[in-house]
Design a protein around this ligand. Structure first.
Ligand code: NAD
Length: 287
Protein backbone atom coordinates (compact mmCIF):
# COMPACT_ATOMS: atom_id res chain seq x y z
CA UNK A 1 0.00 0.00 0.00
CA UNK A 2 1.16 3.52 -0.71
CA UNK A 3 1.88 5.88 2.16
CA UNK A 4 -0.77 8.49 2.81
CA UNK A 5 0.97 11.83 3.27
CA UNK A 6 -0.66 13.23 6.41
CA UNK A 7 -1.10 16.83 5.32
CA UNK A 8 -3.32 17.65 8.25
CA UNK A 9 -0.72 16.50 10.80
CA UNK A 10 2.20 18.12 8.94
CA UNK A 11 0.23 21.38 8.70
CA UNK A 12 -0.58 21.28 12.42
CA UNK A 13 3.13 20.83 13.22
CA UNK A 14 3.97 23.83 11.01
CA UNK A 15 1.25 25.95 12.68
CA UNK A 16 2.62 24.95 16.10
CA UNK A 17 6.14 26.03 15.07
CA UNK A 18 4.78 29.32 13.72
CA UNK A 19 2.93 29.87 17.03
CA UNK A 20 6.19 29.52 19.00
CA UNK A 21 8.04 31.88 16.66
CA UNK A 22 5.12 34.36 16.56
CA UNK A 23 5.29 34.54 20.37
CA UNK A 24 9.05 35.23 20.14
CA UNK A 25 8.35 37.96 17.56
CA UNK A 26 5.77 39.53 19.84
CA UNK A 27 8.21 39.46 22.77
CA UNK A 28 10.95 41.07 20.69
CA UNK A 29 8.88 43.75 18.94
CA UNK A 30 6.06 44.37 21.41
CA UNK A 31 3.40 43.54 18.84
CA UNK A 32 2.25 40.32 17.16
CA UNK A 33 2.62 39.46 13.48
CA UNK A 34 -0.58 40.71 11.86
CA UNK A 35 -2.56 39.72 8.78
CA UNK A 36 -5.28 41.77 7.09
CA UNK A 37 -7.78 39.68 5.13
CA UNK A 38 -9.95 41.53 2.64
CA UNK A 39 -13.16 39.95 1.38
CA UNK A 40 -15.32 41.69 -1.22
CA UNK A 41 -18.85 40.35 -1.66
CA UNK A 42 -20.40 37.21 -0.19
CA UNK A 43 -19.02 34.21 -2.05
CA UNK A 44 -19.87 31.18 0.17
CA UNK A 45 -16.60 29.31 -0.57
CA UNK A 46 -14.57 32.48 0.09
CA UNK A 47 -16.43 32.97 3.39
CA UNK A 48 -15.36 29.47 4.48
CA UNK A 49 -11.72 30.01 3.44
CA UNK A 50 -11.53 33.37 5.19
CA UNK A 51 -13.06 31.96 8.39
CA UNK A 52 -10.54 29.06 8.40
CA UNK A 53 -7.64 31.47 7.85
CA UNK A 54 -8.75 33.81 10.63
CA UNK A 55 -9.27 30.93 13.10
CA UNK A 56 -5.83 29.46 12.41
CA UNK A 57 -4.16 32.87 12.68
CA UNK A 58 -5.70 33.49 16.09
CA UNK A 59 -4.70 30.03 17.27
CA UNK A 60 -1.08 30.78 16.28
CA UNK A 61 -0.99 34.19 17.98
CA UNK A 62 -1.15 36.11 14.70
CA UNK A 63 -3.43 39.14 14.88
CA UNK A 64 -5.92 38.94 12.05
CA UNK A 65 -8.21 41.70 10.88
CA UNK A 66 -11.09 41.05 8.50
CA UNK A 67 -12.21 43.75 6.10
CA UNK A 68 -15.57 42.77 4.65
CA UNK A 69 -16.70 45.00 1.82
CA UNK A 70 -20.00 44.85 -0.07
CA UNK A 71 -19.98 43.34 -3.59
CA UNK A 72 -20.72 46.78 -5.09
CA UNK A 73 -17.53 48.32 -3.63
CA UNK A 74 -15.84 50.44 -6.35
CA UNK A 75 -12.33 49.38 -7.31
CA UNK A 76 -11.00 52.79 -6.21
CA UNK A 77 -12.32 52.22 -2.67
CA UNK A 78 -10.63 48.82 -2.50
CA UNK A 79 -7.36 50.36 -3.73
CA UNK A 80 -7.66 53.05 -1.03
CA UNK A 81 -8.05 50.36 1.64
CA UNK A 82 -4.99 48.51 0.33
CA UNK A 83 -3.02 51.75 0.33
CA UNK A 84 -3.88 52.37 3.99
CA UNK A 85 -2.95 48.76 4.89
CA UNK A 86 0.34 49.19 3.02
CA UNK A 87 1.08 52.29 5.14
CA UNK A 88 0.11 50.68 8.46
CA UNK A 89 3.34 49.50 10.14
CA UNK A 90 1.41 47.23 12.53
CA UNK A 91 0.15 45.11 9.61
CA UNK A 92 2.62 42.70 8.04
CA UNK A 93 0.52 40.64 5.65
CA UNK A 94 -2.30 41.58 3.27
CA UNK A 95 -4.47 38.97 1.60
CA UNK A 96 -7.24 39.83 -0.83
CA UNK A 97 -9.48 36.80 -1.12
CA UNK A 98 -10.13 35.82 -4.75
CA UNK A 99 -12.30 35.79 -6.78
CA UNK A 100 -13.21 39.47 -6.81
CA UNK A 101 -16.49 40.77 -8.30
CA UNK A 102 -16.39 41.19 -12.11
CA UNK A 103 -16.22 45.01 -12.06
CA UNK A 104 -12.89 44.88 -10.19
CA UNK A 105 -9.64 44.17 -12.05
CA UNK A 106 -7.97 41.57 -9.82
CA UNK A 107 -4.50 42.17 -11.25
CA UNK A 108 -4.74 45.94 -10.51
CA UNK A 109 -5.63 45.07 -6.94
CA UNK A 110 -2.91 42.44 -6.45
CA UNK A 111 -0.31 44.77 -7.99
CA UNK A 112 -1.27 47.46 -5.44
CA UNK A 113 -0.25 45.32 -2.45
CA UNK A 114 3.18 46.14 -1.01
CA UNK A 115 5.31 43.17 -2.23
CA UNK A 116 6.76 42.90 1.29
CA UNK A 117 3.24 42.29 2.66
CA UNK A 118 2.08 40.09 -0.21
CA UNK A 119 1.63 36.86 1.79
CA UNK A 120 -0.14 35.17 -1.15
CA UNK A 121 2.96 35.72 -3.30
CA UNK A 122 0.92 36.92 -6.30
CA UNK A 123 2.55 40.36 -6.77
CA UNK A 124 4.70 40.56 -9.94
CA UNK A 125 7.78 41.32 -7.80
CA UNK A 126 7.33 38.07 -5.88
CA UNK A 127 6.49 36.16 -9.07
CA UNK A 128 9.73 37.53 -10.55
CA UNK A 129 11.72 36.57 -7.48
CA UNK A 130 10.32 33.06 -7.64
CA UNK A 131 11.29 32.74 -11.29
CA UNK A 132 14.84 33.93 -10.60
CA UNK A 133 15.16 31.76 -7.48
CA UNK A 134 15.74 34.73 -5.15
CA UNK A 135 14.10 35.01 -1.75
CA UNK A 136 10.58 36.42 -1.75
CA UNK A 137 7.13 35.44 -0.57
CA UNK A 138 6.16 32.16 -2.25
CA UNK A 139 2.49 31.33 -2.97
CA UNK A 140 1.07 29.23 -0.15
CA UNK A 141 -0.33 26.22 -2.01
CA UNK A 142 2.86 25.53 -4.06
CA UNK A 143 4.97 26.05 -0.94
CA UNK A 144 2.77 23.57 0.92
CA UNK A 145 3.08 21.05 -1.95
CA UNK A 146 6.89 21.25 -1.74
CA UNK A 147 6.84 20.72 2.02
CA UNK A 148 4.71 17.61 1.55
CA UNK A 149 7.02 16.27 -1.18
CA UNK A 150 9.97 16.84 1.14
CA UNK A 151 8.42 14.56 3.77
CA UNK A 152 8.65 11.56 1.43
CA UNK A 153 11.44 12.29 -1.10
CA UNK A 154 15.03 12.54 0.21
CA UNK A 155 16.63 14.01 -2.90
CA UNK A 156 14.61 15.84 -5.54
CA UNK A 157 17.59 16.58 -7.79
CA UNK A 158 17.32 14.71 -11.08
CA UNK A 159 13.78 13.44 -10.47
CA UNK A 160 11.20 13.85 -13.24
CA UNK A 161 8.26 15.91 -12.02
CA UNK A 162 5.07 16.26 -14.03
CA UNK A 163 2.79 19.17 -13.12
CA UNK A 164 -0.79 19.03 -14.41
CA UNK A 165 -2.23 22.55 -14.64
CA UNK A 166 -0.49 25.81 -15.49
CA UNK A 167 -2.37 28.36 -13.40
CA UNK A 168 -0.55 31.32 -11.90
CA UNK A 169 -1.55 30.31 -8.39
CA UNK A 170 -0.58 26.62 -8.44
CA UNK A 171 0.78 25.02 -11.63
CA UNK A 172 3.39 27.59 -12.71
CA UNK A 173 4.81 28.38 -9.25
CA UNK A 174 5.02 24.72 -8.22
CA UNK A 175 6.81 23.97 -11.51
CA UNK A 176 9.33 26.75 -10.76
CA UNK A 177 9.91 25.45 -7.24
CA UNK A 178 10.53 21.92 -8.55
CA UNK A 179 12.87 23.33 -11.22
CA UNK A 180 14.77 25.28 -8.58
CA UNK A 181 15.40 21.97 -6.82
CA UNK A 182 16.79 20.60 -10.11
CA UNK A 183 13.93 18.31 -11.00
CA UNK A 184 13.31 17.81 -14.70
CA UNK A 185 9.89 19.41 -14.95
CA UNK A 186 7.15 18.82 -17.51
CA UNK A 187 4.22 21.22 -17.28
CA UNK A 188 1.00 19.94 -18.80
CA UNK A 189 -2.43 21.48 -19.27
CA UNK A 190 -5.81 21.13 -20.94
CA UNK A 191 -4.31 21.10 -24.46
CA UNK A 192 -1.57 18.55 -23.68
CA UNK A 193 -1.64 15.51 -25.94
CA UNK A 194 -1.07 12.04 -24.48
CA UNK A 195 -1.21 13.09 -20.83
CA UNK A 196 -1.36 9.53 -19.40
CA UNK A 197 1.92 8.59 -21.14
CA UNK A 198 3.61 11.74 -19.86
CA UNK A 199 2.43 11.09 -16.31
CA UNK A 200 3.66 7.48 -16.53
CA UNK A 201 7.24 8.84 -16.76
CA UNK A 202 6.95 10.90 -13.60
CA UNK A 203 8.68 10.27 -10.29
CA UNK A 204 6.58 13.09 -8.83
CA UNK A 205 3.12 14.11 -10.04
CA UNK A 206 1.50 17.35 -8.90
CA UNK A 207 -2.03 17.71 -10.19
CA UNK A 208 -3.96 20.98 -9.98
CA UNK A 209 -6.58 20.76 -12.70
CA UNK A 210 -9.86 20.87 -10.78
CA UNK A 211 -11.10 17.78 -12.64
CA UNK A 212 -12.32 15.10 -10.24
CA UNK A 213 -10.39 11.81 -10.54
CA UNK A 214 -8.57 12.96 -13.70
CA UNK A 215 -5.42 11.00 -12.82
CA UNK A 216 -6.10 7.28 -12.82
CA UNK A 217 -4.05 4.58 -11.14
CA UNK A 218 -2.73 3.14 -14.42
CA UNK A 219 -1.29 6.58 -15.34
CA UNK A 220 1.04 6.47 -12.35
CA UNK A 221 4.25 4.45 -12.31
CA UNK A 222 5.09 2.23 -9.33
CA UNK A 223 6.95 4.15 -6.64
CA UNK A 224 5.83 7.61 -7.77
CA UNK A 225 4.79 10.36 -5.35
CA UNK A 226 1.42 11.97 -6.10
CA UNK A 227 0.38 15.38 -4.77
CA UNK A 228 -3.30 16.10 -5.35
CA UNK A 229 -4.15 19.81 -5.16
CA UNK A 230 -7.63 19.51 -6.68
CA UNK A 231 -10.69 20.44 -4.70
CA UNK A 232 -14.13 19.95 -6.20
CA UNK A 233 -17.21 20.25 -4.02
CA UNK A 234 -19.96 17.75 -4.78
CA UNK A 235 -23.46 17.82 -3.41
CA UNK A 236 -24.37 14.39 -2.03
CA UNK A 237 -27.82 12.79 -2.07
CA UNK A 238 -28.08 13.37 1.72
CA UNK A 239 -27.82 17.12 1.06
CA UNK A 240 -24.28 17.38 2.48
CA UNK A 241 -21.28 18.33 0.35
CA UNK A 242 -18.18 16.20 -0.09
CA UNK A 243 -14.80 17.22 -1.45
CA UNK A 244 -13.21 15.32 -4.31
CA UNK A 245 -9.63 15.56 -5.52
CA UNK A 246 -8.09 15.27 -9.00
CA UNK A 247 -6.73 11.73 -8.42
CA UNK A 248 -8.38 8.34 -8.20
CA UNK A 249 -6.33 7.74 -5.05
CA UNK A 250 -7.92 4.37 -4.34
CA UNK A 251 -6.29 3.05 -7.56
CA UNK A 252 -2.79 4.08 -6.45
CA UNK A 253 -1.70 1.35 -4.05
CA UNK A 254 1.44 0.93 -6.21
CA UNK A 255 2.51 4.57 -5.73
CA UNK A 256 5.08 5.34 -3.04
CA UNK A 257 2.99 8.08 -1.44
CA UNK A 258 -0.15 10.07 -2.15
CA UNK A 259 -1.89 13.01 -0.53
CA UNK A 260 -5.52 12.57 0.57
CA UNK A 261 -8.33 14.95 -0.33
CA UNK A 262 -9.44 16.40 1.99
CA UNK A 263 -6.62 16.55 4.54
CA UNK A 264 -3.62 16.84 2.20
CA UNK A 265 -2.65 20.05 0.44
CA UNK A 266 -5.60 22.10 1.77
CA UNK A 267 -4.42 22.37 5.41
CA UNK A 268 -0.86 23.08 4.20
CA UNK A 269 -2.09 26.12 2.27
CA UNK A 270 -3.38 27.72 5.46
CA UNK A 271 -0.32 26.72 7.48
CA UNK A 272 1.92 28.30 4.81
CA UNK A 273 -0.14 31.49 4.97
CA UNK A 274 0.72 31.72 8.67
CA UNK A 275 4.38 30.98 7.90
CA UNK A 276 4.41 33.67 5.20
CA UNK A 277 2.85 36.22 7.56
CA UNK A 278 5.56 35.53 10.13
CA UNK A 279 8.23 35.73 7.42
CA UNK A 280 6.83 39.06 6.18
CA UNK A 281 6.70 40.43 9.73
CA UNK A 282 10.32 39.47 10.35
CA UNK A 283 11.53 40.86 7.03
CA UNK A 284 9.69 44.16 7.54
CA UNK A 285 11.00 44.55 11.11
CA UNK A 286 14.42 42.92 11.05
CA UNK A 287 15.30 43.36 7.38
P1 NAD B 1 -7.35 26.83 -12.82
O1 NAD B 1 -8.72 26.52 -13.31
O2 NAD B 1 -6.86 28.21 -12.78
O3 NAD B 1 -6.30 25.98 -13.66
C1 NAD B 1 -6.55 24.64 -13.99
C2 NAD B 1 -5.43 24.15 -14.87
O4 NAD B 1 -5.66 22.78 -15.13
C3 NAD B 1 -5.36 24.85 -16.22
O5 NAD B 1 -4.02 25.18 -16.50
C4 NAD B 1 -5.89 23.84 -17.22
O6 NAD B 1 -5.22 23.94 -18.49
C5 NAD B 1 -5.56 22.53 -16.53
N1 NAD B 1 -6.52 21.48 -16.86
C6 NAD B 1 -7.87 21.54 -16.77
N2 NAD B 1 -8.41 20.38 -17.19
C7 NAD B 1 -7.39 19.60 -17.57
C8 NAD B 1 -7.31 18.30 -18.12
N3 NAD B 1 -8.40 17.58 -18.38
N4 NAD B 1 -6.08 17.79 -18.39
C9 NAD B 1 -4.97 18.52 -18.15
N5 NAD B 1 -4.98 19.76 -17.62
C10 NAD B 1 -6.18 20.29 -17.34
O7 NAD B 1 -7.29 26.13 -11.37
P2 NAD B 1 -6.32 26.39 -10.13
O8 NAD B 1 -6.71 27.64 -9.48
O9 NAD B 1 -4.90 26.13 -10.48
O10 NAD B 1 -6.83 25.20 -9.19
C11 NAD B 1 -6.75 23.86 -9.61
C12 NAD B 1 -7.43 22.99 -8.58
O11 NAD B 1 -6.73 23.13 -7.35
C13 NAD B 1 -8.88 23.38 -8.29
O12 NAD B 1 -9.60 22.20 -7.98
C14 NAD B 1 -8.76 24.24 -7.05
O13 NAD B 1 -9.93 24.23 -6.27
C15 NAD B 1 -7.64 23.55 -6.34
N6 NAD B 1 -6.90 24.41 -5.41
C16 NAD B 1 -6.68 23.90 -4.20
C17 NAD B 1 -5.96 24.64 -3.28
C18 NAD B 1 -5.71 24.05 -1.94
O14 NAD B 1 -5.41 24.77 -1.01
N7 NAD B 1 -5.76 22.73 -1.80
C19 NAD B 1 -5.48 25.90 -3.61
C20 NAD B 1 -5.69 26.38 -4.91
C21 NAD B 1 -6.41 25.60 -5.81
Amino acid sequence: MSKIIQGKRIARELCDRVAIEAAEFRQKHGLPPALAVVLVGANPASEIYVRQKVVECRRAGIRSMEYRLPAVTPEAALLDLIDSLNQDATIHGILVQLPLPDHIDASEVLDAIDPGKDVDGFHPVNVGRLSTGTAGLIPCTPLGCMMLVDTVVDELRGKHAVVIGKSNIVGKPVALLLLERECTVTVTHIATQGLPDIVRNADIVVVAAGVPHLVRGHWVKPGAVVIDVGITRRERSDGKASIVGDCATEEMAHADAVTPVPGGVGPMTIACLLANTLKAARTLNDG
